[in-house]
Write a protein that binds this ligand. Sequence first.
Ligand SMILES: NC(=O)c1ccc[n+]([C@@H]2O[C@H](COP(=O)([O-])OP(=O)(O)OC[C@H]3O[C@@H](n4cnc5c(N)ncnc54)[C@H](O)[C@@H]3O)[C@@H](O)[C@H]2O)c1
Length: 359
Amino acid sequence: MKRRLKNILVTGGAGFIGTNFIHYLFKNKFFEGIIVNIDKITYAGNLENLRDVEQRFGGERYFFEKADINDFDKIKAIFDGYEIDTVVHFAAESHVDRSLHGPKEFLHTNVMGTFNLLEVARKCWTGEEKKKKLFHHISTDEVYGSTKEMKYFLESTAYQPNSPYSASKACSDHLARVFYKTYGLPVTISNCSNNYGPYQFPEKLVPLMILNILDEKILPVYGDGKNVRDWLYVEDHCSAIWKILNQGKIGETYNIGGENEWENIRLVHFLCEKIGQLNGKDKDYYNKLITFVKDRPGHDRRYAINCDKIKQELGWKQEVDVEEGLEMTVKWYMNNPEWVDRVKSGEYKNWIKKNYKMR
Ligand SMILES: NC(=O)c1ccc[n+]([C@@H]2O[C@H](COP(=O)([O-])OP(=O)(O)OC[C@H]3O[C@@H](n4cnc5c(N)ncnc54)[C@H](O)[C@@H]3O)[C@@H](O)[C@H]2O)c1
């Protein structure tokens, strides 16, 4: 049975995946309701990503509210004001390296912020009406820790986080589950692998490497480069979330993966070769930029996800081949130099002030 989704609250909608999710909903005509995007606009939030959505749907089907997910009163007013029936919770501090240097902010946003949102939902969604609501919590496969060759993370795999980021996400997953178990809040959870695609902040591996290759700067690769990650095109992640919102079973967790396990060094070589081709350079031209650097503390060796459950139970599947997805991503960064310049220089913050009237 499909749920009726009307007024969706997206948290962290100005970040990488949130932006792509909002585009996905407005691009595909199956959604007719409204989206309220709440975002604190940290260094990772960029409203420029949603300028076209704002122009086409702003004030009618799309609303932006600058808010911290820790602000109970403001979030509650938004819930009440827009009669929110669905939450898609992306907002988080999301970069592992930053969590090593400053874990506190990760606990504040990812743990306490999630707790606060769950509390608002619990207070606002009561009685029989509660059955028609859904709180979907977005999480990561990093909560499962590192896994050995030929082993895969299942939804039942025990949590073993190894960084402040993954520990904070693990804690938020537990809270979401507890709100279902204890208070009967209608919750679903998804844990997904590494996303790549347009609008990703260039501190993450794929855009960092693309932009450094284009600038002919060093390509820093941790350790021996043999850490394995599973790569998922962001639009495939969005379609999986959409499936869960419509058909996911309350109280369940769904793993989402690309089923593309690549060593980091293979990914970097692929990007070097692809950009070489597009720029008319020799096949190996950019490889000389690769520089192995001291490994990250607690660096998980391998993430590998089993996503049979969402495939079998909800009929989801990935549509984008990893090599094609990476090529599309490379071309997106090459075709959007102004976006890249503004993000890299921090100038996008001024752009937002100049071009965007905060509600
Ligand atoms: N990127 C990935 O590969 C990946 C993989 C698995 C899971 N996830 C999860 O998906 C979600 C989105 O990740 P992303 O890569 O888009 O992150 P991102 O860092 O690009 O975006 C996060 C967004 O949240 C906002 N935000 C941060 N703190 C906030 C607060 N206190 N209140 C309101 N807004 C706040 C930021 O301004 C930003 O717009 C996160 O929960 C992350 O843990 C990401």
